[in-house]
Design a binder for this molecule. Structure first.
Ligand SMILES: [Zn+2]
Length: 451
C-alpha cells in the first residue's frame, strides 16, 4: 500500500550530511517511507500541496539515532546488577538472569527496551540477544517497526557460569535457522547480526565458523564484545598468547562488517589492525564507566581513522538507553584527558547518527537527512527553559549534546511511520507495559538463583 505524501516543516534541519548543513526555512517531503525532496519553504507551493503538512515551528528535525551496541534481553534486569566489575557482573547476575528467560519474559524485556529507545530518539540498533527464545526479540522488533540488526548470542563454553551455554552445534544450527527466517525480514528493516558473546565464552571453532555462515547473508554483521576489561584481556592472553583483537584477527574475523563493542584497552598493533581492516568500534561510555572498565581513547581512534559509533549497551550496566545521555558522556569523559576542545558537540552528534549508519554499512539508507534516504526522523522540542535560547548552529548542536534529555524528544518516525508522538509511544501503552514487566520479573526472580 502506498503511503500518502507528507511534508514536515521544522524550525531547523540538522542534516548530518557531508557538509553538516543546518537548514532553516526548509521543508522535508516524504513518500513511501523515503525522503523525496528537501526544499526551501514556499507558502504558495505548500498552499496547493496534495499531501499532509506537519508544521513544527518550535522543533528541530534530526536523523534518528543509530545505536551500535544494545542488549534488549537485559532491560528487565535494570537495577538488579549494580556496582560490580564486568566478570562478577556477568557471573553473579547477568548470566543467571538471562538463563532464566522464557519467551514471555524476553518479550517484555525487549518491549521495555524498544519503548525507551524510541521515546529517546533511537530508530536503529545493533542488538545482541541471549541464548534462547530469540524469536521473541524479532517479533517485538517487528511490532515496534524498529530498524535493527539483531541476533541470538552464542555461548559454547562458559567457565564463569556453567549452566549458561549450548553445544557448538546447537549454537550454529539455531543461528543459521534464525538468520534464514529473519534476515532482510519486515521489508528489509531487520537484518541478522551474528553474535558470539566474547572470546572467553566461545570456542575458536565457533568464532571461525560463524564468519563462514554469515557469508550467505549479505548485509549481515558480526557483532561481539572485545577488550572491555583488563582481567578479560589477561585471560585471553593466557589462553591464546595474544591480545584480544590480535586473536580475532588471527581467525579472520576483523572486517568491514564486524562491530566490536567497547575496545577500551588496545595496543598500537591492535589499533592498526582495526584501521586496516575497517573493523568498527562501538563505544559505550556509560557502561564503561559504571563497570569501572576504563575510558577508551576515542579522540585518538578517530584521529587514526578507526570507525567509531555509540551504543548504550544493556540497561543493567548503564542504567538507561538514551542516546542523549551517551552523547553527553562521550563528550565529557574525554575532556579531562584530551582537553576541552576534544570531542566537540558536532563530532559526537555525527557518531550518534551518520557514523552509526556507516558502522552498520547502512549509510546509503539512513544516518542523515538527504533525498533518497529512508525517513528515520526525530523532532526535538527545544523551546524549554533548560535549553540555550541562542539559535546559532553551534548552539543547536550544543543543545542536543550537552543540554537535552528525553523530555525534548517529541515525535519519532521510522521509514515514514510515526512511532512516537508528543514523547509517548504510539505502539504500546507504557503504564500497562510496566505493570506486565513487573509481573514477569517476579516470576523470573523466583526461578533464578543468584549469588
Ligand atoms: Zn554488551
Amino acid at each position: 500500500m502506498r503511503k500518502k505524501k507528507i511534508v514536515i516543516i521544522p524550525k531547523a534541519i540538522i542534516t548530518a550530511n557531508d557538509k553538516d548543513d543546518v537548514l532553516r526555512n526548509y521543508a522535508v517531503e516524504i513518500e513511501n517511507g523515503k525522503i523525496i525532496n528537501i526544499f526551501e519553504r514556499d507558502n504558495v507551493k505548500l498552499k496547493n500541496y496534495d499531501g499532509m503538512i506537519f508544521s513544527y515551528p518550535n522543533h528541530i528535525l534530526i536523523p534518528g539515532f543509530v545505536q551500535t551496541h544494545t542488549h534488549l534481553c537485559q532491560t528487565l534486569f535494570r537495577g538488579l546488577a549494580d556496582d560490580l566489575e564486568l566478570l562478577d557482573w556477568l557471573t553473579k547476575k547477568i548470566f543467571p538472569y538471562e538463563n532464566s528467560h522464557t519467551k514471555e519474559s524476553l518479550r517484555l524485556s525487549a518491549r521495555l527496551g524498544l519503548c525507551e529507545l524510541q521515546t529517546s530518539g533511537t530508530t536503529t540498533i545493533l542488538d545482541m540477544g541471549t541464548i534462547n527464545h530469540q524469536e521473541s526479540v524479532f517479533e517485538e522488533l517487528n511490532r515496534f517497526k524498529m530498524r535493527a540488526i539483531a541476533g541470538k548470542c552464542m555461548v559454547d563454553k562458559n567457565d564463569l557460569y556453567l549452566p549458561f551455554k549450548q553445544t557448538t552445534n546447537d549454537c550454529l544450527r539455531e543461528t543459521k535457522e534464525l538468520a534464514e527466517s529473519y534476515h532482510n525480514s519486515n521489508n528489509g528493516k531487520i537484518k541478522y547480526g551474528f553474535a558470539p558473546r566474547f572470546v572467553l565464552s566461545c570456542t575458536e571453532y565457533l568464532l571461525k565458523e560463524t564468519k563462514e555462515i554469515m557469508k550467505d547473508f549479505d548485509g549481515s554483521v558480526y557483532h561481539t564484545h572485545s577488550s572491555e576489561n583488563k582481567n578479560e584481556i589477561l585471560e585471553v592472553k593466557k589462553m591464546y598468547g595474544m591480545e584480544n583483537v590480535e586473536f580475532l584477527n588471527s581467525l579472520g574475523i576483523l572486517s568491514n562488517n564486524t562491530v566490536l563493542a567497547h575496545c577500551i584497552h588496545l595496543s598500537d598493533k591492535e589499533k592498526e589492525l582495526l584501521k586496516n581492516t575497517n573493523t568498527k568500534v562501538a563505544h559505550c561510555p556509560s557502561s564503561n564507566l559504571k563497570l569501572g572498565s576504563g575510558i577508551a581513547e576515542i579522540p585518538n581512534y578517530i584521529k587514526e581513522g578507526i570507525s567509531v559509533s555509540i551504543g548504550a549497551d544493556g540497561a543493567p550496566c548503564n542504567n538507561n538507553l538514551s542516546m542523549l545521555t551517551e552523547m553527553r558522556l562521550a563528550a565529557l569523559i574525554q575532556k579531562p584527558i584530551f582537553g576541552p576542545t576534544a570531542m566537540d558537540a558536532k563530532t559526537v552528534f555525527r557518531l550518534a547518527t551518520i557514523e552509526g549508519a556507516k558502522a552498520l554499512n547502512l549509510e546509503n539508507e539512513i544516518g542523515s537527512i538527504e533525498v533518497g534516504k529512508k525517513a528515520d526522523l526525530v523532532l526535538m522540542d527545544m523551546d524549554k527553559v533548560e535549553m540555550s535560547v541562542s539559535e546559532s548552529d553551534e548552539s543547536l548542536y550544543s543543545n542536543i549534546v550537552y543540554s537535552s534529555s528525553k523530555n525534548n524528544i517529541s515525535e519519532v518516525m521510522i521509514e515514514g511511520d510515526w512511532v512516537v508522538s508528543k514523547g509517548k509511544s504510539l505502539l504500546t501503552d507504557e503504564l500497562e507495559l510496566v505493570i506486565k514487566a513487573k509481573e514477569e520479573l517476579k516470576k523470573l526472580l523466583k526461578r533464578t538463583t543468584v549469588n
